[in-house]
Design a binder for this molecule. Sequence first.
Ligand SMILES: Nc1ncnc2c1ncn2[C@@H]1O[C@H](COP(=O)(O)OP(=O)(O)OP(=O)(O)O)[C@@H](O)[C@H]1O
Ligand SMILES: [Mg+2]
Length: 262
Amino acid sequence: MGKNIIEVKKLSKKFKDFLAVDEISFEVGQGEIFAFLGPNGAGKSTSIKMLTTLLRPSGGEVKINGFDILKNERDVLSSFGIVFQDPSVDGELTAYENMYFHAVLYGVKKTERKKKIQSLLEMVELIEKKDVLVKNFSGGMKRRLEIARGFLHHPEIIFLDEPTLGLDPQTRNKIWDYVKKINKNEGTTIFFTTHYMAEVEKVADRVAIIDNGKIIKIGTVEEINNLTGKNNLEDSFLHLTGKNIREEGAEPSGMMRRMARR
Ligand SMILES: Nc1ncnc2c1ncn2[C@@H]1O[C@H](COP(=O)(O)OP(=O)(O)OP(=O)(O)O)[C@@H](O)[C@H]1O
Ligand SMILES: [Mg+2]
């Protein structure tokens, strides 16, 4: 493994008096496929938003591709592509137009645009649909388009926040095939979240498990399973994070608090 392309030191995020991310520290090596796992509300998306400059940290330090997220925002921005948890492709544009505007936005050279868009749309098997308005796409097609778009500008790192949420197994397998191919062929570092543990077992080099804003384990799937004494990641995950469903929202609502007092 080469240098560390993501370096995170004591990163925190407070929303009012709720600590969503609590002094997390970790590194990701260049070319690594790194899974960031945790129950609902653990702080995964909040962390990704800070790593990608969309949200200002309350404390700590982050270097992306050697650049400080606060001091070198431009260099940070040109170092990564991102696929959000909530679809962000524009329904009123065609697949090709979505790709084209993103290419312009991210400074893909004019001479390369057409070829790059063509090959990425082929990769995600949307080339035949390139002139269809995205609002007529299925959820899986939108996701595939977002992923193709995330790879447009040859980023050093790609952040994928639940890229396979709600997709059928066929599409999920396809997406991981693309991601692995790009990781292998271009050396792109992959930082992703998912709730599908089987995906992690198939693709991740290393895993971090976050719960209640704190990282509780980092290692390979094998190392984590050895530590817990379980033979698959889902059992290890449940062992480490407990079996209770997480409450949505940090603070119990007034009604929940009143009920708890009874
Ligand atoms: N803008 C915000 N204002 C207040 N609280 C927030 C805000 N964004 C997130 N939170 C809270 O921070 C916590 C972490 O949220 P986050 O979205 O990072 O979780 P997650 O790990 O991505 O969960 P999921 O698996 O459900 O996507 C949650 O309790 C959430 O309610
Ligand atoms: Mg999330």
